[in-house]
Design a binder for this molecule. Structure first.
Ligand code: FE
Length: 256
């Protein structure tokens, strides 16, 4: 189990904060969805214990810690190198280590990370598997949602932000409201739900892809994401991230 953070039950409830509520039926992502920020069993390193003569039933998960897309000090002073060092090197890494232990010898070990999330979310006894798998995914996606010298949205993404929120500032306001409104640990997301951009919040390890939405950007609002730099001032952290680091190019790439 995760030893760095509370292992509280995940929330299955995602609250729509902004954007039009056109609910389009579950546009379920493909098994290894286009948004996959990570590793799947396809990248499983060779397991010396598994040979044709000595097959293990499911093998070792081999889920890996994705490399950061920038250096640890690249986001300072908005997010310090110290925060990134702990957040990535301790918290994110612990989810990877925990998941590999939890799935060893189980069917999950041969599945993609997203398939593990979808399957374990339905099994109460596998809450630990879900929490660690989803936190791996969420953090890999969070790192990609941040960039030094981030550029303003443009092109098709900008047009969709105008159409669905009224503009970039309105989208940022919705993200800030979601981040502030998330009670306790969780995430504030920009997603594509059907044909509409929306902002949603999720608690603990939960991820809106489980309800058919496609994540475009995410902001981590667990305290470990900002406490060293902002203490209890979550809104200041979120505002600074949105003003300086939010990687709209990543969002555009997810739109396709
Ligand atoms: Fe985190």
């Amino acid at each position: 189990m995760n030893t760095n953070e509370p292992n509280s039950p995940i929330s299955r409830r995602t609250v729509i904060v902004a954007g039009t509520a056109a609910v389009v039926g579950a546009a379920a992502l493909s098994a290894r969805g286009a948004t996959s920020p990570r590793t799947s069993s396809s990248a499983t390193p060779a397991d010396p214990a598994t040979t044709p003569a000595n097959p293990r039933p499911w093998g070792f998960g081999g889920f890996a810690l994705d490399p950061l897309p920038w250096k640890e000090d690249a986001l300072a002073p908005v997010i310090s190198a110290q925060t990134i060092s702990f957040h990535y090197g301790k918290h994110h890494k612990s989810y990877v280590d925990n998941l590999n232990k939890l799935v060893d010898g189980k069917p999950y070990a041969s599945q993609s990370l997203e398939d593990v999330m979808r399957a374990s979310a339905k099994v109460e006894a596998d809450t630990g598997v879900f929490n660690n798998a989803a936190q791996i995914w969420n953090h890999s996606f969070y790192w990609k949602s941040l960039a030094p010298n981030a550029k303003a949205p443009e092109g098709k993404l900008l047009e969709r932000l105008k159409a669905d929120f009224g503009g970039v500032d309105e989208c940022k306001k919705a993200l800030l409201d979601a981040a502030k409104g998330q009670f306790g640990s969780g995430w504030a997301w920009l997603v594509l739900d059907g044909q509409k951009l929306k902002v949603v919040k999720t608690g603990n390890a939960d991820n809106p892809m489980l309800r058919g939405a496609k994540p475009l950007l995410v902001i981590d609002v667990w305290e470990h994401a900002y406490y060293l730099d902002y203490q209890n001032r979550r809104p200041d952290y979120v505002q600074a991230v949105m003003d300086k680091l939010l990687n709209w190019e990543h969002a555009a790439s997810q739109l396709g």
